[in-house]
Design a protein around this ligand. Sequence first.
Ligand code: PEP
Ligand code: MN
Length: 346
Amino acid sequence: MVVVMRPGAAPDEVDAVVARVQAAGGSAFISRGVQRTIVGLVGDVVAFQGLNLRAMPGVGEVVRVSKPYKLVSRENHPDASTITVGPAGNVHIGPDTFVLIAGPCAVETREQTFEAATMARDAGATMLRGGAYKPRTSPYAFQGLGLRGLEILAEARELTGLPVVTEVVDPADVKQVAEHADMLQIGTRNMQNFPLLQAVGSVSKPVLLKRGLTATYEEWLMAAEYIAQRGNLDIVLCERGIRTFETAVRNTLDVSAVPMVHALSHLPVVVDPSHSAGKRELVVPLARAAMAAGADAIMVDVHADPTAALCDGPQALYGEALDELAEACRLLPALLGRTTPGSARA
Ligand code: PEP
Ligand code: MN
């Protein structure tokens, strides 16, 4: 941390800053420039934040130089992490692989889920998605099947062999969801639900953490830090589009998030083009862009009959669009040096 004094700050104002830092157990190094004096602080940044240095006479600015997140930062962990998912431990999300995660937005019925799960597997997905607990913007919208939905997902895993990622919305449900699923999803609307983040940080299942609708990279990584701080470092970050002034798309996919967050953190980055676009015809182009930007996985909605879907039908893939996505997943990541399930078999 660096304290930048105002031009013309008096020597006793500088000394007061130094004394306050030293009283808190830190060290302070003074550097006198022509215009300004700068005080460099060494020690516990969290303790310094409580000193209210900004309000002291003569202080211009207090600038933090190290990242506020530690466990998830690239700074403290230079190698990219690979997260292993599933009972067989055969799904790896990280820098050398590419993973397609697909499935229905919501588990509606057993039949609908099995159909979507089969479509996902046939398209080359190695993980199944599906919501049993749905965090809906409207209280009048379909809220998900809850426990029954988790049971259906577990059956779909048996049927397809694909590990399951599903959302948890309440800390009280974390244990139950962790018993049924292979990976826990924290949705956009819950990115800063701190008790929920702490609860998933205390279980031994990997977590997929979606970016909040208006979250900065730092806020997103601080949310990941909440999970890591409780002992669970098996975290995958998911960019799913952010809220901007544009109304033609459901959300604006922030492609920069992929290389930028890779630079800031060692955690893998997944892109969800379905919830970004909100429109089927945009899903494949956005998925291609995400792959080109270096996404470690793509997560998409599929549905056998989107017109009858209880949730997010307009963005669900089927037929030709799903075939196109499967083709892109076979070809593009391999060009970028990643192993896909198809290329691993070859
Ligand atoms: C979802 O993936 O089902 C979902 C609700 O997404 P988001 O939290 O990104 O809106
Ligand atoms: Mn959805």
